[in-house]
Each structure stands twice: as structure tokens, then as C-alpha cells.
Design a binder for this molecule. Structure first.
Ligand SMILES: [Zn+2]
Length: 211
């Protein structure tokens, strides 16, 4: 037994399979909020700024029974990205663990990835489709890092699959302000992503909730 067995579990969280009565059907992705990206080899101060906003949004989402997916780098040395960025978030290391502040609960989904997009393999797609009594989500809220890399590539793949996308403006960030703004504008212009502050996302969901 080891912690990575979680990733391949066949049984999905029961509470996340129910329809929570909110329309549209939301899910949240938390991308690469890992020790190496926040405090380790690829650390950046800007990445740290999003932690309280993501935490707040996730606490709200758990109360509303909105499914949460942690999509995390779990690299092997042979991954093409390693040549560009150096070794980071290597599978089985502490650097690849989600930061203490926003650890997943056992109701959350954990999706490993070895490239920029959370959709690189079929794991996320299959897990998404299992939510909401098999109807899947209609809208995906993006949080994590980096705006112009993994967030951008994951949002493109969500767009290609027909999902509406919302970027939590203060729940994503990048190495530089320029990288961050570039990513937001690119996703807005080319993928039709909605850019919203976490407070606005929460307000909108509250208004749309039938609970
Ligand atoms: Zn990586």
C-alpha cells in the first residue's frame, strides 16, 4: 500500500456523485499547488498569494458539494518538460505533495499528470464524467498555477471538450505579472473563458443554488 494507490481507485467519492441542485453543474480544478511550485525548486512568491483565495473557495465548494479535482505533476526524469525546467515535482517525493494549507480530503479526486495539461491522459476526463450521477459537469473553475502554462493548457483542453470555463482571477498566478496577464487574456480571447474573482464566483454560485 502506498499513497499513490489513491490515484487508481475505482470507487469514486459517493457524495460527489449526487446532483447538488446547482445549475450550471460546477467542478473545481486545483492545479499544481505542490511543495516544489510554492516553496521548493520552482518556488515563487506570487504563487503563494493565491493560497488563501483557493482555500476559501474550496471550503465553500465542499459545503455546496461541488466536486474538487487536484491535478498534480508527478514527473519521471524521462518527461520532456524536465529538460526545460529541471527536475521538479518528481513522483514519490515531498516536492510533489500538495501543500499543507490546502490538502485534499478523501472526498476529493486526485489526478496525476506528466505534462502541462490536466487532461493529458483520460483520467481526468473519466473522473469528470462520473460526477453528477454520470452527467458530468458543465462548467469548470480553474485554480492553481501557472496562469500561462498548466492553467492555460488545461483550459484549452476543457474548452475543446465543450466545457464552459471560469478562471479564478485571484486563485491563479504565474512567475511574473506579465505571464499572468498574458495567460488570462489569451484564455478569455481564444477559449471564451470567463475571468472572475473568487468572491464573484462564490456570489454567482450562491445565486444559482437551489439548496
Ligand atoms: Zn511539470
Amino acid at each position: 500500500m502506498n499513497k499513490f494507490m489513491n490515484y487508481d481507485r475505482k470507487t469514486l467519492p459517493i457524495s460527489n456523485n449526487k446532483d447538488n441542485g446547482i445549475s450550471p453543474r460546477y467542478t473545481i480544478l486545483v492545479i499544481d499547488m505542490l511543495n516544489d511550485f510554492i516553496y521548493g525548486r520552482l518556488k515563487s512568491k506570487r504563487a503563494r498569494n493565491v493560497i488563501p483565495r483557493i482555500k476559501h473557495l474550496l471550503n465553500f465548494a465542499r459545503r455546496k458539494n461541488i466536486p474538487i479535482f487536484y491535478c498534480n505533476d508527478e514527473h519521471l526524469l524521462s518527461d520532456p518538460e524536465i529538460k526545460l525546467w529541471g527536475a521538479h515535482a518528481m513522483k514519490g517525493t515531498k516536492g510533489a505533495d500538495v501543500i499543507e494549507e490546502i490538502k485534499p480530503t478523501n472526498k476529493d479526486y486526485r489526478i496525476p499528470k506528466r505534462g502541462y495539461s490536466a487532461f493529458d491522459e483520460m483520467k481526468l476526463e473519466n473522473a469528470l464524467k462520473s460526477t453528477y450521477n454520470g452527467k458530468g459537469p458543465t462548467s469548470i473553475i480553474m485554480t492553481g498555477i501557472h496562469t500561462h502554462l498548466c492553467i492555460k493548457h488545461s483550459t484549452y483542453d476543457a474548452f475543446r471538450r465543450g466545457y464552459d470555463t471560469i478562471i479564478a482571477e485571484d486563485g491563479v498566478n504565474a512567475f511574473t505579472k506579465k505571464n499572468h496577464i498574458f495567460g488570462l487574456e489569451y484564455m478569455k480571447d481564444n477559449y471564451g473563458a470567463k475571468i472572475k474573482k473568487t468572491s464573484q464566483i462564490i456570489k454567482d454560485i450562491n445565486e444559482q443554488s437551489n439548496l
